[in-house]
Design a binder for this molecule. Structure first.
Ligand code: NAD
Ligand code: WQD
Length: 344
């Protein structure tokens, strides 16, 4: 069995990817400090993929001996690197925390990979590296330029990976630029569990649906889009997880550090999402139109052709699947993992 070391494997996208990797016959070693996740997610990953082998190291990427112990469990064939802080607003207030955790954490990870002769990496980048794109759909060759410290951590890590790949032959790195991940595993057992008030649209909509919040504030109704609200490329997290397996399987054809968009190629507005969620939930989700959110762009969606050509992957789940699955998770876990125990 090949072994993948998955950093951030207890998190939202990481936990869904662990299920897909285990189902495909990979052994998984998770490294996560649980700074934004719960060990219960990993218990449920094991429940969803019971025949697979998953071990867990509660370790921070900056803890070198702890990281060594995780690599020593190998031999590790490839690393899937999700671990990172991701809240845009928080990154503006605490930039050094973001640079240390995301950039310095990745330096430590790459050094550990070098020590252990591991040269295969799948990295969680983001469409945020495109900033406000000049052309939509966005291709991987679009100019880069992030608009906040979080986005710049992704940009600097991408640059660092290109430098490392250029410094010696043998590195095979896929830099997956995700668009807007939403949804949950169809079992409703794992899903997104943001702490505090959600920054992102879908978890906010679902917390309104479950009665934790009163209404959704739509950030701007005067954008140059068909209905005036912002347009994004929402992608089902299970499709995204499958994209990571495809990326691992395609590393034989990768040389150096190669960026690949993971999106559907479709743009949906905030109102499209609220309406689809209302239909899935079976009642109207209240909303009000407020002012634009600083830093937001009007519309962005992916050109997903590289993913098809290089990874043999395309997204298959619709917006209705995304809201139905996200709702199943939220309705059966109204407090996220908060009220669950490791036993069930
Ligand atoms: P998440 O917060 O649910 O998962 C990240 C995981 O990394 C968490 O379990 C956290 O505890 C862990 N972690 C953070 N810093 C760590 C450290 N120093 N050492 C060990 N573990 C650490 O986030 P997610 O939504 O699953 O995102 C995964 C990755 O994808 C992140 O790198 C994020 O920036 C990127 N990404 C996310 C989105 C999105 O909208 N969710 C979009 C594009 C890119
Ligand atoms: C989507 C749309 C909002 C909340 C962010 C990060 C990006 C990437 C994905 C990590 C926009 C609108 C939102 C609300 C609203 N993450 N909205 N009311 O901003 O496209 O991207 O997540 O890499 O880097 O910036 O996602 O879900 O916050 O917003 O009207 O309460 O929903 O204005 O049009 P965004 P989002």
């Amino acid at each position: 069995m090949p072994t993948a070391l998955v950093t951030g494997g207890a998190g939202y996208i990481g936990s869904h990817t662990c299920v897909v990797l285990l189902e495909a016959g990979w052994d998984v070693v998770v490294v996560d400090n649980l700074s934004n996740s719960s060990e219960i997610a990993l218990a449920r990953v094991r429940e969803l993929a019971p025949s697979g082998s998953l071990s867990f190291h509660r370790v921070d990427l900056l803890d070198e001996p702890g990281l060594e112990a995780a690599f020593a469990e190998g031999p590790v064939d490839a690393v899937v690197h999700f671990a990172g802080l991701k809240a845009v607003g928080e990154s503006v207030e605490q930039p050094l925390r973001y640079y240390e955790n995301n950039v310095a954490g990745t330096v430590q990870l790459l050094k550990a990979m070098q020590r252990h002769g591991v040269r295969d990496l799948v990295f969680s980048s983001s469409c945020t590296v495109y900033g406000d794109p000049e052309e939509i759909p966005v291709t991987e060759s679009a100019p880069l330029g992030a608009a906040n410290p979080y986005g710049r951590t992704k940009l600097y890590i991408e640059e660092m990976l290109r430098d490392v790949a250029a410094s010696e032959p043998g590195w095979r790195m896929t830099l997956l630029r995700y668009f807007n991940p939403v949804g949950a595993h169809p079992s409703g057992r794992i899903g997104e569990d943001p702490t505090g008030i959600p920054n992102n649209l879908m978890p906010y909509v679902m917390q309104v649906a479950v009665g934790r919040r009163d209404h959704v504030t739509i950030h701007g109704g005067d954008y140059p889009t068909p209905d005036g609200t912002g347009v994004r490329d929402y992608i089902h997290v299970v499709d995204l997880a499958a994209g990571h397996l495809a990326a691992l399987q395609a590393l034989d054809h990768i040389d150096g550090a190669v960026p690949v968009n993971l999106g559907t190629g479709n743009g949906y507005s905030v109102l499209d999402v609220v309406r689809a969620a209302s239909a899935a939930v079976g009642r109207e989700i209240r909303y009000e139109i407020g002012p634009r959110r600083p830093g937001d762009v009007a519309a962005v969606w992916a050109d997903p052709r590289s993913a098809r050509e290089l990874l043999g992957w395309t997204a298959s789940r619709s917006l209705d699947d995304m809201v139905a699955d996200h709702w199943r998770w939220q309705a059966s876990n109204p407090d996220g993992f908060g009220s669950a125990t490791l036993a069930g």
